[in-house]
Design a protein around this ligand. Structure first.
Ligand code: FAD
Length: 309
């Protein structure tokens, strides 16, 4: 079922989760055991992130270097297939511009269509490690809005309405955008190109989300905006999350975590409670759904799903 249809037909807020594909070497059963822990709480769909192949340069005896492909993770399409088959749950593979030409993206879309996938999250993708600015592939898409346009063209070529398309958004501004207003204008380009809904980057202050949503509506963005949450789980994350995702950790949360920095269990609990409070408040404000970024230990997200949905 398309996420756009799920959003239209749901009469109460629901949860979805996002997972990162496992590292190479893992067996299907191990993945399913981990994902199975969330299934008791019936997330409506599972997003699977997409990652660019990374390369390493290995020095040879003659002083030259040889380029080696490092495939760190199992592909999002394989992961989506086994999850859907095992749990009969809707899956959303992420599709990124980075690292692929338009033809290669088209080939991925054919694979998704072949497998009967009805959903995709269209993203530009992160920079490669060591890269400061995103560099599109020669003959690749430079922005997610171009990718959305490309997916809609692909559908037109097939003569079918295949995908419900989601896109990413940044309540605290995407780190490259000159200002929030321009970033919202760029979000509107994605929606105008054919995106059906938006999922936000994680945030820890709901007031930031409410103001962002208000400004998006004011800018004429009328599709559902789904807040993305991640429970903070380790002391180091009060620095790592802002660094990696260009977001703020509110002072109340950062101070509490700092006070218990030597007690990992306490920090895990503090982060879980904060996220539970955010989730309850978002539901009370009438959001259509809440999307959870799950990384590592699923105990925090499953306990929030159990209490809030
Ligand atoms: P875009 O919408 O293309 O925006 C990128 C920047 O360009 C923004 O600053 C925007 O304001 C600007 N911009 C957009 N259009 C234009 C234009 N026409 N002219 C000038 N400027 C423009 N990364 C991964 O690698 N894999 C994943 O699976 C993944 N999943 C994610 C899931 C969610 C829900 C979110 C929110 C992010 C995810 N990311 C993922 C991270 C994302 O790829 C990065 O944040 C990336 O830097 C931006 O992607 P985007 O799709 O938002 O880009």
């Amino acid at each position: 079922m398309k996420i756009s249809e799920i959003l239209k037909s749901s009469d109460k807020p629901f949860a979805s989760i996002e997972i990162v594909p496992p590292l190479k070497g893992i067996r299907k059963d191990e993945l399913l055991k981990n994902v199975g822990r969330f299934m008791d709480y019936a997330p409506k769909y599972i997003n699977v992130t997409s990652h660019r192949d990374d390369f390493e340069f290995v020095a040879k005896a003659d002083g030259t270097y040889e380029k080696h492909l490092v495939r760190n993770r199992i592909s999002e399409i394989s992961v989506c297939s086994v999850i859907r088959e095992a749990f009969d749950v809707e899956v959303v593979p992420h599709l990124i511009c980075g690292g692929s030409s338009k033809d290669e993206i088209e080939s991925k879309l054919y694979n998704m269509r072949f497998l009967g996938f009805e959903n995709v999250l269209a993203l530009r993708g992160d920079c490669l490690s060591g890269e400061k600015r995103f560099t599109p592939q020669p003959d690749g898409y430079a922005y997610a809005s171009e990718l959305v346009e490309g997916i809609r063209k692909f559908e037109a070529g097939c003569g079918e309405d295949i995908f419900s398309i989601g896109v990413g958004a940044y309540p605290e501004k995407h780190f490259e955008a000159p200002n929030l207003e321009m970033d919202i204008a760029n979000l509107k380009k994605k929606v105008d190109a054919g995106a059906d809904y938006v999922i936000t980057q994680m945030f820890f202050d709901n007031e930031v989300f409410y103001e962002y949503e208000r400004r998006c509506r004011e800018a004429g963005i009328n599709v559902p905006i789904i807040p993305g949450l991640k429970p903070l789980s380790t002391p180091a994350q009060i620095n790592r999350l802002p660094e990696a995702f260009s977001i703020d950790i509110p002072n109340d949360l950062a101070s509490e975590v700092s006070t218990h920095a030597n007690d990992r269990k306490a920090v895990f609990q503090i982060g879980t409670e904060w996220c539970r409070m955010q989730c309850r408040d978002l539901i009370a404000h009438g959001v259509p759904a809440v999307h959870f970024y799950t990384m590592g230990n699923p105990d925090n997200v499953t306990s929030i799903l159990k209490d809030c949905f």
